[in-house]
Design a protein around this ligand. Structure first.
Ligand code: ZN
Length: 572
């Protein structure tokens, strides 16, 4: 039995995520966690909301709520949606937790003691009316490029040009509208990542099994231009982990907080501590996952994320861990994803274009989405969601192949033998051929799941479902029943056991449907098949079952057209 630590990139707190976000980290991480648990491994699966930073402050202001209240509310919304999609986190934490505050401050102290933190004087815009320094996004003005009057200090939304606040014409505070802005000197803490460049480079070189997408992004940041740059880790904001605190080895950071990119990945560790707290466990319980001097030496740590998150996870977060000089567990494998596009364009949160997690669950059960998203994951290139493809995939794979098999077998058995596994008859060459095919396909499925090759794994799983349909078609128990009822009984006994095998194998992809199949089969034996032959004998003659309700319904053309229209970019 192995010990596997799995983290998903943290969804940002401000609003509901779309399906492109979901398939870029949380959903594939869940697939892997479920699979590894099913294989009997000890799994710790961690995620959390990323709650600090300017966007949270602005979103709260827009909602007319205090920031902590806004974040608490949105955390609950995201948590409920994660549960709705069957995301099986061991803990879904919050980066605004006390645990994360303490640990972030701890890392900052350690980094300072080891010479990796340096206070740097900078010039920044100060608003006398607001009584504070303004982050770039908090400054508005006229775009020097296109004349748009509500351009932000970091970017013009209208023409997308990157800006600095000093380029804006007639700059004003986005908070109060005040125009009496002035440039003042302020001090910030910088993380001296450049000193760790060679260590990080050597570490990445040692990770020979990482996907090219991951290493190429990391290498680009390490070597392009002037190479890995030092970065500011503090900001002039109210909402965040305070940068001046009791025991801080510096002064003058009052009213400043750590930058969100610094504290967010630390939350992976803090959330594991939050998990221990929530279960009344001691410090050892979480440290054995994260400290190589406290039991984590035999942990395999896998991270899931979209490609835009790779630099932080290959460079900045490792720099924090290495620079601390403490034996923290570092990532063993990074599974990164390209983007999912939406119906001829992009998902857009600001334009409300595409399907968001709450809408998705309102129109169809989670398994429909899980199956499509995971079997079309943007692994090697961007992929695209279209309603035609989604409809075809659900109707064919889930309804015609899997759902239909379970329905035919259970209904035929009920009508000819009653609602129990029939006895009599013997396996023959057809069953031997079926077992041989299952043997090779299940091994291939396992290999792809181990390798996190989602699309290939989905293809093998579907092939396993197809094999059952073909077996049933060829063995034709409805014909056999007329001549040789015992032979028909043997075929149905194998088929009912196949249905159980499908529930076990499919559980990482479609957990709700698998649970319903097992409930209908009155079975709680979720053991992974050691061999297909023995797996097809788990349900013994006389074992009672119930014909289940329709497992998957088909999507009609009318529904498809209506949804296509509804999600084209008008979400409130
Ligand atoms: Zn512009």
């Amino acid at each position: 039995m192995a010990r596997i630590l799995i983290t998903s990139a943290l969804p940002y707190i401000n609003g509901i995520k779309h399906l492109g976000n979901l398939v870029g980290s949380q959903l594939p991480a869940d697939l892997y966690a479920r699979y590894m648990r099913a294989r009997g491994h000890e799994v710790m699966f961690i995620c959390a909301t990323d709650e600090h930073g300017t966007p949270a402050e602005l979103a709260a202001a827009k909602a007319g709520q205090p920031v902590p209240e806004y974040c608490a509310e949105l955390h609950e919304v995201q948590k409920r949606l994660a549960e709705g999609f069957g995301l099986s986190f061991d803990h879904f934490g919050r980066s605004s937790s006390v645990r994360n505050r303490d640990l972030t401050q701890h890392f900052a102290v350690r980094l300072h003691e080891n010479g990796y933190i340096e206070p740097v004087a900078e010039k920044q815009i100060y608003s006398k009316a607001d009584g504070r320094f303004l982050p770039d996004r908090y400054i508005e003005g006229t775009c020097p490029n296109c004349g748009y009057e509500r351009a932000r200090g970091d970017q013009c939304e209208n023409c997308t040009i990157q800006l600095t606040p000093r380029e804006l014409i007639n700059p004003r505070s986005a908070l109060s509208g005040a125009t009496d802005l002035e440039v003042r000197e302020t001090r910030h803490l910088h993380l001296r990542q450049s000193l760790l460049k060679d260590d990080i480079d050597a570490w990445i070189d040692s990770r020979t099994d990482w996907p090219v997408l991951t290493t190429s992004i990391a290498k680009k940041w390490l070597h392009d231009g002037d190479g890995l740059q030092d970065r500011g880790i503090t900001r002039d904001l109210d909402w965040g982990v305070p940068a001046q605190f009791a025991g801080a080895p510096w002064t003058g950071m009052e009213g400043k907080v750590f930058y969100v990119w610094f504290d967010a990945p630390i939350e992976y560790i803090s959330a594991t501590a939050e998990w221990a707290d929530a279960h009344g466990l001691g410090e050892d319980a979480w440290r054995r996952w994260w400290r190589t001097d406290a039991g984590a030496h035999d942990v395999t740590y896998v991270q899931f994320m979209g490609k835009d998150n790779v630099p932080f996870h290959t460079l900045s977060f490792p720099a924090t861990l290495m620079g601390s000089g403490e034996p923290w567990k570092r990532v063993d494998y990074i599974k990164s994803f390209n983007y999912l596009n939406y119906d001829g364009g992009q998902f857009s949160t600001s334009q409300g274009r595409g399907v968001f997690m709450d809408d998705a669950l309102e129109i169809l059960p989670a398994d429909y989405w899980r199956w499509w998203l995971l079997s079309h994951a943007p692994e090697n290139a961007d992929s695209e969601f279209t309603w035609e493809n989604f409809q075809a995939s659900v109707n064919k794979d889930l309804a015609d192949v899997l759902g239909n098999f379970v329905s035919r077998v259970t209904k035929f058995c009920r009508s000819k033998f009653g609602e129990a596994v029939p006895e009599g008859g013997e396996a023959g060459p057809r069953e031997a051929a079926l077992i041989a095919e299952l043997e090779s396909r299940i091994r291939a499925y396992e290999d792809h799941m181990e390798a996190m090759a989602l699309r290939k794994a989905a293809f093998e799983l579907r092939s396993v479902w197809v094999a059952g349909n073909e077996y049933l078609q060829e063995a034709a128990p409805w014909s056999a029943f007329k001549e040789d009822p015992a032979r028909a009984a043997a075929i149905i006994r194998v088929s009912l056991n196949l249905a159980r095998l499908y529930a076990v194998l499919s559980q990482p992809f479609i957990p709700d449907a698998s649970a319903r199949m097992m409930a209908a089969l009155h079975c709680a034996d979720w053991r992974w098949p050691q061999s297909p032959a023995s797996a097809l004998e788990v349900l013994a003659p006389g074992h009672a079952f119930t014909v289940p309700d329709v497992l998957f319904r088909k999507i009609t053309d009318d529904e498809r057209a209506a949804w296509q229209d509804r999600f084209s970019g008008t979400r409130a």
